[in-house]
Design a protein around this ligand. Structure first.
Ligand code: MN
Length: 321
């Protein structure tokens, strides 16, 4: 996924200033963002009041869309630094290509995990022969300073652990939940889980009191810690819980995102996560001159040019709103 905004707004985030140390309920309003010709996504992170949840720094939710007569997702080659991307589907498929030569189709409940490290480029598209419905989420995880200059890599995990309890099946996308660990490589204490709740489910999910959490309803209607969440709604929950009450009215799907609050201050601009204005400007220059990021082969279309940098230099300022 790429930020296709021709004038992307820089986001500064990280640090503890904005972390709710206790339990809170903060409903995040999605922002509709066009993604290429035929897809509109709903951006939940970064949002006006909330930039990160643990190391999770970007959440787009899209669909369910009927793409039977449409090209579906078409995101041409674009670069990333300093982050991991997580492709997560509930319906349909996404064909991933990157500058390492990876070519993989990611399907529902499979993890496509790309670690950008110092530089990678990729494209994402609905294959020409694709299913009728496309529904999923695209997420970014910020890399800590110690790992952000690492070699880029792509992992595809089709067999993720599932934690089951009466009324719930939880697939562990990333990190650990209730003793089950995802095989996906992580660099900070984090969790991402996909929960299928049965009609009438009423459970208490064990969670880490030191993590901050947010929950996004993918389908159906859920009740998270007493708050009713319609599809596409995300609730920031803060820290300080040992368990989280989840209820479902009809079968529903919920993404749970959490992690240790991310201490380092960051600058996010376009598809880059960095620490200084110079670093972001250099990544932009390298992408435009064809250096560093390599080439994505096989995508039918030109790479995405980088937008102009804002006139004012970017500065990391913590989690100030
Ligand atoms: Mn991307």
């Amino acid at each position: 996924m790429s930020d296709l905004d021709p004038r992307p707004t820089p986001t500064t985030c990280g640090g503890r200033d904005d972390v709710a140390s206790g339990p809170v309920h903060e409903l995040l309003a999605p922002r509709r963002v066009p993604l290429g010709e035929s897809t509109v996504v709903r951006r939940l992170l970064p949002s006006l009041g909330r930039r990160m949840v643990g190391a999770w720094c970007f959440v787009d939710h899209y669909g369910p869309d009927d793409i039977a007569d449409e090209p579906g997702m078409q995101v041409p080659p674009h670069p990333h630094i300093g982050l991991q991307t997580v492709s997560w589907l509930h319906a349909g498929e996404v064909l991933h290509r990157d500058s390492l030569g990876s070519l993989r189709t990611v399907r529902p409940k499979e993890l496509g995990l790309m670690t950008a490290g110092r530089a990678i480029a990729h494209s994402e598209e609905s294959p020409r022969a694709h299913g009728q419905i496309l529904h999923g989420a695209q997420l970014w995880v910020a890399l800590p300073g110690s790992d952000r200059h690492s070699d880029p890599s792509f992992e595809h995990h089709a067999d993720l652990p599932v934690v089951t309890a009466p009324g719930v099946d939880a697939t562990v996308i990333l990190g650990e939940l209730d003793g089950a660990s995802s095989p996906g490589t992580t660099h900070t204490p984090i969790v991402g889980a996909d929960l299928v709740l049965a009609d009438g489910a009423d459970i208490r999910l064990p969670v880490e009191p030191d993590f901050e959490y947010a929950a996004l309803t993918m389908s159906g209607v859920t009740e998270v810690d007493g708050v009713r969440l319609e599809p596409g709604s995300m609730l920031y929950l803060g820290c300080g819980r040992r368990d989280l009450r989840l209820r479902a009215d009809g079968e529903s799907g919920l993404l749970l995102l959490g992690g240790e609050p991310f201490e380092e201050k960051l600058i996010m601009w376009w598809n880059f996560v960095g620490r200084t204005n110079e670093e972001i400007a250099e990544a932009r220059r390298d992408w435009m001159s064809g250096d560093r990021f390599g080439t994505v082969h096989g995508y039918a279309g030109a790479p995405i040019p980088a937008p102009a940098l804002p006139a004012t230099p970017l500065k990391p300022r913590g989690r100030t709103r």
